[in-house]
Ligand binder design. Structure first.
Ligand SMILES: [Zn+2]
Length: 367
């Protein structure tokens, strides 16, 4: 029986390519898995490593010593390099590492690479092959990337490097030129739903929101950020009460990543409202089809400028988060942009005493 991927969904091109490589004696020294977050790159790296190291009949057989060691990540010829803060989040049973990255230290320093390079000086322990998976390769510091480059230039016997990244532009050109690139894509709808097994309650909505990233969809459900859509629509046509309640209840617990999820949802709501405003027949284009009636009602009450202002202000939230402003600070900018008069009277209700950011001082300097 030929080997096959059991956990990785979709990505047919990548699957075919990786399976064809399995049959070859001479593997490339390094592959770089690139593509959007949450579409299966880490899962593919893990499953393929399992196949490469499996000694059973139909890799990955799941029964041989090697496969069992892979399940507990204790295989002596499997090396995993990742940001130290991420290590405790590794879940082989869920495809190695759940998206998104955690909140710990995200950089992979040169010491981590040195440690691996030292281990690679010994020959493989169990067979002739050895696999080094590097998750979030874009998080390698420049020094760490240069140290790794040495290994890629003179790859130790039987060693295969798998670099995984969703931000390939942050990987040095020298590492790119030493690795063969394999592109992963957003999933088609059927593969997306299969990957999310058991099927979530609103698969179409999740597909529209994530464009086909099951990892991101899972996070949207887990973080419960989909519950606040109605409150946001009310806010868009000038009613703040519900949104203030949501922010009072949740803002303290939101990380910058959570706020990015919220921005994703709000952005697509604004986009849907604009589509309705433009009076095309947008039903099949709407991401939030389940709220169509409510969207139409909201759209009839707001002007286009307010919607554009909202979209622009959401972009500012992104910029603010990139500059390490807190979620409260970033959100304040948004609310103030969209609805300045209400903001002044309402902000004090959501502003937590003792928070480090003085929004009024900020406005004094950025009118
Ligand atoms: Zn096996």
């Amino acid at each position: 029986m030929p080997p096959e991927f059991t956990r990785l969904q979709g990505q047919e091109h990548a699957q075919r390519y990786l399976l064809s490589l399995l049959e070859q004696e001479a593997l490339p020294p390094a592959l770089m898995f690139v593509g959007p977050s949450g579409v299966g790159k880490a899962t593919a790296a893990y499953e393929w490593a399992q196949m490469l190291l499996c000694t059973g009949d139909r890799p990955p057989c799941g029964r041989c010593t090697s496969c069992r060691q892979m399940k507990s990540l204790s295989h002596p010829d499997f090396h995993l390099l990742m940001p130290p803060g991420e290590r405790e989040r590794v879940r082989p049973e869920r495809g190695l590492r759940p998206f998104p990255p955690g909140m710990g230290s995200l950089q992979i320093g040169i010491d981590e690479v040195r440690r691996i390079r030292e281990e690679l000086q010994r020959p493989p322990v169990q067979g002739t092959r050895r696999v080094v998976v590097i998750l979030d390769a874009d998080q390698l510091t420049p020094e760490a990337q240069n140290a790794l480059l040495k290994s890629l230039e003179e790859p130790p016997q039987g060693t295969l490097f798998l670099l995984v990244t969703s931000q390939e532009h942050r990987v040095l050109p020298t590492l790119h030129s030493r690795s063969r690139k394999l592109v992963f894509h957003y999933l088609d709808y059927a593969s997306f739903v299969r990957a999310l097994h058991p099927e979530p309650s609103q698969p179409t909505l999740l597909y529209g929101l994530t464009r086909g990233s099951p990892g991101l969809a899972r996070v949207l459900v887990e973080r419960g950020v989909l519950h606040h859509r109605q409150a946001f629509l009310a806010f868009i046509h000038g009613k703040w009460e519900d949104l203030v309640r949501v922010l009072n209840d949740h803002l303290q617990g939101w990380s910058a990543f959570d706020l990015r999820l919220v921005v994703l949802i709000w952005g697509t709501l604004l986009r849907d409202l604009l589509l309705i405003k433009l009076e095309a027949n947008p039903h099949h284009l709407l991401v939030h089809q389940d709220l169509e009636e409510r969207l139409r009602e909201t759209a009839s009450r707001v002007d286009v400028q307010r919607l554009f202002r909202g979209l622009y202000a959401l972009r500012m939230v992104d910029v603010a988060l990139e500059r390490n402003l807190s979620p409260l600070e970033a959100l304040s900018l948004f609310l103030a942009q969209v609805d300045p008069p209400h903001f002044k009277s309402t902000f004090l209700e959501i502003h937590q005493p003792g928070a480090p950011f003085d929004v009024w001082a900020w406005f004094a300097h950025n009118p």
